[in-house]
Ligand binder design. Structure first.
Ligand code: ASP
Length: 573
C-alpha cells in the first residue's frame, strides 16, 4: 500500500496511538461546534470516524486521504454497531483527492432507494456495504468452485462466444456477420456442444465458469446472461458427475458459511411430482400433496369424478378469510385448474360449500388421510394427474413461501427425469433437458411407440425450491442420437445442417461422457441471502432487459447497418 497505511474499517482499539493514513469517500459529516467536524470515511472495509478541523469544503462522496492519530473515543460516544466504533482518528490532515457531485441517492444500506436509480448509477450502488459484501461473496464462491474443480483434475477451457446455435430450448441472441452478410453467429445458450467435443478431443474432464445467454423473459431468478459452473467428464456415469458437482457445491457453501453440507439426498422425479407437485421442491417446509383419489373412488359428487384427486393440509388455515380463499381459487384457475375445493376443519366437522355433497364415509376417510385437525384448511383439486400436481405444487409454494434467509439449505438431486416433457402442437415430443441426453437404455424401443414413457439419464440439482442446475449422461453414439432426432421429428438433413459437426465427431470415437452445469448467480444469491439475482450481479439488466447504465440496447449507426447489410422493417402494425 503506498497511498494509505490502513483500511478505514480495520482500525481497532489495538491501533490506538498509531499514526495512520486512510483513503476513501466521505460517507457523512456532522458539525461539532464552530470548527470541528466528524467525518466518516468509507472504503470497502467499512467506516471510520475522523475528527477534523476546518473541513469546510468537504462534502459527501468526496475522495479523501486522511492522516492522523488513532485514539479512543470519549466515554459514552462509542458506537457498538460499528466495527471501528471504539476509536476515531484525531489531529487529521486532509488531502482531497477528488471532488464529487451530490449522489442521486443516499449511499447508505439503511435507506431503500428506487431500483431504477440504483441501476442507472450502479457504480454508486456498488459502494454500499450490501453490494460490497455480495460482490465479494460471489468472488469467494467462484474461487472455491474453481479450486474444487482443479483439485479433481478438471481442466479449465474457454469455449467460444460466437457460435452456431446450441439448443437449450431458449431463444438465441444473434450477431450479424459483417464478412458474411446475411449470416449470423449465435451467442451460446451454454457451452454444451463444445464441452462434448472436448470429450471427443480426449480432454477427459472439462470445466468452465461459463457465461450463457438466453433471450427469455427475465424474472427474479433469471437474466439474459448468467454464469454457470459448467463441467463434463469422460468415462463417467451419473454418480461420478453428482459426486464431482457435489464437491464444488460443498466447497462453495463452505467458503461462505464455513460449514460442511450433509450428503445431498436423491429423489426420483416422479416422487418429487407426487409429493410436492414440482420438479424443484422447496424442502424447507412440509405441506406435502396428499393422495385422495382412492378416498373419492366411488363418489357421487360430480366435481370429484376425476382421474386424480389430491389435497393440501394448511395447518391453521381455517382462519383464512373468504377473500383469501377466493384469491387462492382464482390462482388455482390461473394455473389451469377447473376449480379449487376448500374445506375448513372445525370442531363440528367440515365447513365447506361442497360438504353436503360428500358421504359420511368419504368425510371420515378424508380426515384420516389428511390427518386434519380442527383449525386446519384442506384444499383439493380434482383433474388429470399432471394438472393436479402442477396446481397444488404452485399453491404449496405460495402458502409455504419462506424468506431466502430462513429454513437452512436443502439441496436435493432430482433424478430419473422423463426424456420428453410433453408433446408440442404438432404432437411431437419436446425434449425435457436437451437433445443430447441419453435415454435410459431399457426404454430405447419406446422412443417411437411411446416417447413420453421414455426415462432419461438426466438429473437436476435443487436448492430451496430453486433449480440450481441440470445435467445428463450424453448420447455418445451417432445411431442413438439419430433415434432421438427421429423421435422429435428433426429430419436427417436438418440435423446434419444444425449439428452435423457433432454427429461427425461422434463417428471418430466419442467416449461415453456425462456432465452438469449449475447457475452461479442463483447459488450466490441464496448464499448471500438475496431474493433476486440482480443483487449479486455487478451490472444486471432490469426486468425488461434494459441496461439503465449504458443505455443498451440502443440503435446503431446507419453506417453500421449498411456494413452489415441490415435494414429495419417498420414495426408490426
Ligand atoms: N448445458 C446444460 C444447461 O445449460 C447443462 C448440462 O447438460 O450440462 O442446462
Amino acid at each position: 500500500m503506498t497511498l494509505r497505511t490502513d483500511y478505514s474499517g480495520a482500525l481497532r482499539s489495538s491501533d490506538i496511538g498509531r499514526t495512520v493514513t486512510v483513503c476513501g469517500w466521505v460517507a457523512r459529516r456532522r458539525e461539532h461546534g464552530e470548527h470541528l467536524a466528524f467525518i466518516d470515511v468509507r472504503d470497502h472495509t467499512g467506516i471510520v470516524q475522523c475528527v477534523v478541523d476546518g473541513a469546510a469544503d468537504l462534502r459527501n462522496e468526496y475522495v479523501v486521504k486522511i492522516t492522523g492519530t488513532v485514539r479512543a473515543r470519549l466515554e459514552g460516544t462509542t458506537n457498538q454497531a460499528l466495527a471501528t466504533g471504539e476509536v476515531e482518528i484525531g489531529d487529521c490532515a486532509i488531502e482531497i483527492l477528488n471532488a464529487a457531485e451530490p449522489p442521486p441517492f443516499p449511499i447508505d444500506d439503511r435507506i431503500d432507494s428506487d431500483e431504477s436509480v440504483r441501476l442507472r448509477y450502479r457504480y454508486l450502488d456498488l459502494r454500499r456495504e450490501r453490494m460490497q459484501k455480495n460482490m465479494r461473496v460471489r468472488a469467494v464462491i467462484n474461487q472455491a468452485c474453481r479450486n474444487a474443480m482443479a483439485e479433481q483434475n478438471f481442466v479449465e477451457i474457454e469455449t467460444p462466444m460466437l457460435i452456431a446455435s446450441t439448443p437449450e430450448g431458449a431463444r438465441d441472441f444473434v450477431v450479424p456477420s459483417r464478412l458474411q452478410p446475411g449470416s449470423f453467429y449465435v451467442l451460446p445458450q451454454s457451452p454444451q456442444l463444445f464441452k462434448q467435443l472436448c470429450m471427443v478431443g480426449g480432454l477427459d474432464r472439462y470445466f468452465q465458469v461459463a457465461r450463457c445467454l438466453r433471450d427469455e423473459d427475465l424474472r427474479a431468478d433469471r437474466q439474459f446472461e448468467f454464469m454457470q459452473l459448467d463441467l463434463e467428464m469422460s468415462f463417467a456415469d451419473q454418480q461420478d458427475v453428482l459426486d464431482a458437482t457435489a464437491r464444488a457445491i460443498a466447497a462453495a457453501v463452505k467458503s461462505v458459511t464455513g460449514e460442511d453440507i450433509a450428503e445431498i439426498p436423491t429423489m426420483p422425479w416422479i416422487e418429487a411430482q407426487e409429493r410436492f407437485g414440482s420438479d424443484k421442491p422447496d424442502l424447507r417446509f412440509g405441506m406435502e400433496l396428499i393422495e385422495l383419489t382412492e378416498v373419492f373412488a366411488g363418489t357421487e359428487f360430480n366435481a370429484f369424478k376425476a382421474p386424480c384427486i389430491k389435497g393440501l393440509r394448511v395447518e391453521g388455515g381455517a382462519e383464512f378469510t373468504r377473500s383469501r380463499l377466493d384469491d387462492l381459487t382464482d390462482m388455482a384457475k390461473r394455473y389451469g385448474a377447473k376449480g379449487l375445493v376448500w374445506m375448513r376443519v372445525t370442531d363440528d366437522g367440515l365447513d365447506s360449500p361442497v360438504a353436503k355433497f360428500l358421504s359420511e364415509d368419504e368425510i371420515v376417510k378424508l380426515r384420516a388421510a389428511t390427518e386434519a385437525q380442527p383449525g386446519d384448511l384442506l384444499l383439493l383439486v380434482a383433474d388429470e394427474r399432471p394438472k393436479v400436481r402442477h396446481v397444488l405444487g404452485l399453491l404449496r409454494v405460495e402458502l409455504g413461501r419462506t424468506p431466502v434467509t430462513e429454513g437452512g439449505l436443502h439441496f436435493t438431486w432430482i433424478v430419473d427425469f422423463p426424456l420428453f416433457e410433453g408433446l408440442d402442437d404438432d404432437g411431437r415430443p419436446v425434449a425435457a433437458h436437451h437433445l443430447f441426453t441419453m435415454p435410459n437404455p431399457d426404454d430405447l424401443d419406446k422412443l417411437q411407440s411411446d416417447p413420453l414413457a421414455v426415462r432419461a439419464q438426466s438429473y437436476d440439482l435443487v436448492l430451496n425450491g430453486w433449480e440450481l442446475g441440470s445435467g445428463s449422461v450424453r448420447i455418445h453414439r451417432a445411431d442413438v442420437q439419430q433415434l432421438v432426432f427421429d423421435a422429435v421429428g428433426i429430419e436427417a438433413e436438418d440435423a446434419q445442417r444444425r449439428f452435423g459437426f457433432l454427429l461427425d465427431a461422434f463417428k471418430y470415437g466419442a467416449p461415453p461422457h456425462a456432465g452438469f452445469a449449475f447457475g452461479l448467480d442463483r447459488l450466490v444469491a441464496i448464499l448471500a441471502g438475496e431474493e433476486n439475482i440482480r443483487e449479486v450481479i455487478a451490472f444486471p439488466k432490469t426486468q425488461s432487459g434494459l441496461d439503465l447504465l449504458t443505455g443498451a440496447p440502443s440503435p446503431i449507426e446507419s453506417s453500421q447497418l449498411d456494413e452489415l447489410r441490415l435494414r429495419h422493417l417498420p414495426p408490426p402494425s
